[in-house]
Design a binder for this molecule. Structure first.
Ligand code: NAD
Length: 306
């Protein structure tokens, strides 16, 4: 299968590398020229548990590629996703036969893709893998994860079954979902809460959770997101969510981590907040549901973005 990684940063690098090593025909597209050059010149350098290894991949500057793909995996940051899809359609990489799988964090990617592509082409996914980008061509890859994926309406066809085999052969652990919308909202719920609150307070997840009134900050926000998610078909549960949050505070889980949004702010980069609490506010407006927590958190994060 001809697979194109649209965005080969930390996460696109990880997924693209694993698929390449399993024998798939993969091209890594990226707009960071130094990163593309480094991947082609010396391969992807992987730092993992104190070891460094080098891996051959094929990378091309995003605007210069024009061969049709069977599958495009979208892993830019959400901010540049729509422009990327428009350009890949113009460049002939995405044709009417190409499947496009969004693996980005956040909400609204399915709606964006369905404006441009047919319903048979759009696959949604959510991942528990993580990855870091140390510099051009240099990935930090530790931990494990999976990729849950499916068509928005949950039907399973031969392509979905083939994709599971491909992901499993690449050791990416594919999980076919018949309710990918709920899975995406479940991850977005975590990101809406901790990415925003930890960014505004400049705290690690465990430090935020150690505040004795953390639940009083979280519960109204979670309720808001659950109410709006329900209008999009997401089945979310308050008690299960809070139980999951409490487990996250442990240093053995993610208690010692700054969420990716907080890291983006530390690095002076724009965040994906408009695709998290910002998206919940937009969907709330459409559905006539008030979202004061999401509204103010989105504004606060924009205020501290540099
Ligand atoms: P990333 O920042 O590593 O890469 C995104 C893009 O930014 C790439 O095109 C990359 O080349 C470019 N970029 C990165 N650093 C740059 C620099 N210094 N100069 C110029 N360009 C630079 O983003 P990511 O972590 O791969 O995230 C992609 C998507 O995957 C996002 O939606 C994210 O939320 C999601 N995601 C990430 C992780 C993770 O652990 N990294 C986990 C799950 C989901």
């Amino acid at each position: 299968m001809k697979i194109v990684m649209a965005g080969a940063g930390a996460m696109g690098g990880r997924v693209g590398l694993y698929l390449t090593e399993s024998g798939q025909d993969v091209v890594m597209l990226d707009k960071w020229q130094d990163h593309v050059d480094a991947m082609n010149d010396k391969g992807v350098t992987v730092h993992s548990y104190g070891e460094t290894t080098n891996h051959k991949v094929k990378a091309v500057f995003m605007d210069d590629y024009n061969e049709p793909a069977d599958l495009v995996i979208l892993l830019t940051k959400a901010l540049t996703a729509e422009e990327t899809i428009d350009n890949l359609i113009k460049q002939g990489v995405i044709t009417k036969e190409t499947k496009v799988m969004s693996l980005m964090n956040g909400l609204g990617h399915g709606d964006m893709l369905l404006k441009k592509l047919s319903v048979e082409q759009v696959i949604l996914a959510v991942t528990m893998w993580s990855a870091g980008l140390k510099g051009p061509g240099e990935l930090i890859l530790e931990g494990t994860g999976n990729i849950e994926f499916g068509y928005p309406d949950g039907h399973v066809d031969a392509f979905i079954e083939k994709l599971k085999v491909i992901l499993d052969e690449a050791k990416l652990n594919g999980v076919i979902s018949n309710d990918i919308v709920t899975s995406i909202w479940n991850k977005a719920l975590v990101n809406c809460c901790f990415n925003t609150y930890c960014s505004v307070t400049d705290k690690r997840i465990g430090e935020f959770g150690a505040y004795e009134q953390a639940d009083a900050m979280l519960i109204p926000l979670v309720k808001e997101i659950i109410a709006v998610g329900a209008t999009k078909g997401a089945k979310l549960d308050l008690d299960a969510t809070m139980e999951k949050f409490h487990k996250m505070y442990s240093p053995d889980v993610v208690g010692l981590h700054y969420p990716s949004m907080t890291q983006d702010i530390h690095n002076g980069r724009k965040t994906e907040v408009d695709f998290l609490t910002g998206a919940v506010s937009r969907f709330g407006d459409e559905a006539g549901i008030e979202t004061p927590y999401c509204d103010i958190l989105t504004h606060l994060v924009h205020q501290i973005e540099k």
